[in-house]
Design a protein around this ligand. Structure first.
Ligand SMILES: Cc1cc2nc3c(=O)[nH]c(=O)nc-3n(C[C@H](O)[C@H](O)[C@H](O)COP(=O)(O)OP(=O)(O)OC[C@H]3O[C@@H](n4cnc5c(N)ncnc54)[C@H](O)[C@@H]3O)c2cc1C
Length: 493
């Protein structure tokens, strides 16, 4: 099977490195990229699943952190999202320990309804450690109980692509530098046959991966897959990104601060701090967006502003004929929960599981597209949730509050509002703990809790709550400062 990858951004090199690793014998993999066109150059925050991807490639974690100027990420600090002055943390990792069939948070809901003071964050080692800028690894058990730390990374996206490129090339991927001029399609089957380079070279293939970024050179410009527009749910359509000088302390989390018509990210890397302002052009001019961003930096800007335009949504068919779209070629969801790189990762995993055999079976393609649609829709819902549950002033925020919700999300909100129930549909990406932290964090308080939580006596409830908060505190106390951990294990030269 000749595999041709069009594009060498994060998507292209992730695909190249993974396919070369899994098809060690016999795959013919080529990647085409153009330095003149370049990459989108942003995409610095991730979620914990990326550790699986790196593990599968045999990557040593500390080596990876060193080479990509990375830092560790325990979650996201949401500032001013409910209203100015509000704050909550969406942490990875676990939150208390359940009892019987009930998750811990059902007991905590009862505890709160009975006047208990401890906030959700007191039961999550991630939240406690983030508050104190700590990071490290923990043994599997502390005080006889399983530990609950979860983490991901922040990294320099261009260094990550370079890092993966080395792995891919060592494993036999052939890279071609240059611009794709046109795409040759078979007049009978409609399948892509080759990329015609501006240099005159023709690159033939059997399977084509479109990793060409927003332009979707193969999946859209050639095969006209179509675009499902979600800007009605997610109206932000522009971003400005700028790095600034690094600042102390080195924070082990992403910060997301709500602004007048969008939000601003802050991501501490080893060599710089990444910043960006995602906004809606219906409600804010580019000049005002730039002013807001530059006014909110905590160091000198290190480069000119990088403007980006996008539309939320996805391709109608991520896999069409013999072409699979990955990364921005497949669609865009704003980086509020740092999900784009994960969507690349899971699309690669899906492709590997449903890899075409002799022909391109319509059943495989349909399955791939159905799974992709489900995953994208569930991530979309999770992102929309943040906007929906706001109490902020201003036209943009009112618009978000009043928008018509996807039915799937309206159902989730109602389930939680009534009895604090959270249902994870079909192994969707974000688990109950994530939904809980954001729903509760955004100010949605359930009217009741699960009746089984009343099975505990008051003393038993107090003991469960007390031991859970002591356990998370104990775990957090074992962790060094994030900056110390990096200095000791994986400082980038
Ligand atoms: C503002 C913003 C913030 C983001 N933040 C995050 C984040 O925190 N976390 C996260 O997970 N994701 C984030 N993302 C998404 C993330 O940046 C992308 O998912 C990731 O970079 C993948 O991009 P890509 O490889 O699909 O496209 P690109 O980086 O655009 O790469 C496209 C490639 O195609 C090549 N190409 C295009 N046309 C041609 C041609 N004609 N001939 C030859 N080569 C061609 C280019 O040279 C390039 O190599 C963010 C995105 C934006 C816009």
């Amino acid at each position: 099977m000749r595999i041709v990858i069009a594009g060498g951004g994060t998507a292209g090199w992730m695909a190249a490195a993974a396919l070369a690793r899994f098809f060690r014998n016999g795959a013919d993999i080529r990647l085409v990229e153009s330095e003149a066109i370049g990459t989108v150059g942003v995409g610095e925050a991730t979620i914990p699943q990326i550790r699986l991807f790196n593990d599968n490639l045999g990557i040593d974690e500390h080596d990876f952190v060193r080479q990509t100027q990375a830092t560790f990420k325990l979650g996201i600090d949401f500032v001013d999202w409910v209203e100015p002055g509000s704050r909550y943390f969406h942490g990875f990792g676990s939150l208390g320990r359940g009892l019987g069939i009930l998750p811990f948070y059902q007991f905590w809901l009862r505890y709160r309804q009975e006047g208990g003071a401890l906030d959700l964050s007191e039961f999550a080692v991630n939240s406690l450690a983030a508050r104190e800028n700590r990071f490290g690894t923990l043994p599997s058990h502390v005080n006889g109980q399983p530990t609950g730390l979860g983490y991901a990374f922040h990294f320099d996206a261009s260094l990550y692509a370079r890092f993966l490129r080395r792995i891919a090339e060592v494993n036999g991927v052939r890279r071609t530098e240059g611009r794709i001029g046109s795409v040759a399609v078979n007049g009978t089957t409609g399948f892509i046959e080759a990329l015609a380079m501006e240099s005159g070279e023709r690159i033939d293939g059997d399977l084509f991966l479109d990793c060409s970024g927003f332009r979707g050179l193969l999946i859209e410009q050639t095969l006209a897959s179509g675009f499902e527009d979600w800007s009605g749910y997610l109206p932000c359509d522009r971003a400005l990104a700028v790095p600034c000088a690094p600042a102390e302390p080195l924070t082990p989390y992403t910060r997301s601060t709500a602004r007048k018509a969008g939000w601003q990210w802050r991501i501490g890397l080893q060599h710089r701090t990444g910043n960006g302002h995602v906004y809606c052009s219906d409600h804010m001019s580019d000049e005002e967006a730039a002013e807001t961003l530059l006014g909110g930096l905590d160091g000198e800007p290190l480069a000119p502003l990088n403007p980006l335009r996008f539309r939320a949504g996805k391709r109608r068919q991520a896999w069409k004929k013999n072409c699979v779209a990955l990364g921005l070629a497949g669609g865009f969801l704003e980086p509020l929960e740092s999900t784009s790189i994960h969507l690349i990762q899971s699309a690669i995993a899906r492709l590997l599981l449903l890899f075409p055999t002799r022909g391109f079976d319509e059943a495989d393609i349909a399955e791939f597209n159905a799974q992709t649609d489900f995953e994208w829709e569930s991530v979309r819902d999770f992102i929309v949730l943040h906007y929906r549950l706001n109490r902020r002033d201003g036209e943009f925020w009112r618009r978000c509050r009043e928008m018509e919700l996807p039915e799937s999300l309206a159902h989730k909100i109602e389930l939680f509002r009534s009895n604090g129930r959270i249902v994870r549909f079909n192994q969707e990406l974000f688990n109950e703990i994530s939904w809980l932290q954001v729903m509760y964090g955004q100010g949605l308080t359930p009217r009741a809790y699960h009746p089984l939580a009343d099975q505990l006596s008051e003393e038993e409830l107090a003991s469960l709550i007390g031991s859970a908060s002591r356990q998370s505190r104990r775990e957090a106390d074992l962790l060094p400062l994030h900056s110390e951990y990096i200095r000791a294990h994986c400082a980038a030269g």
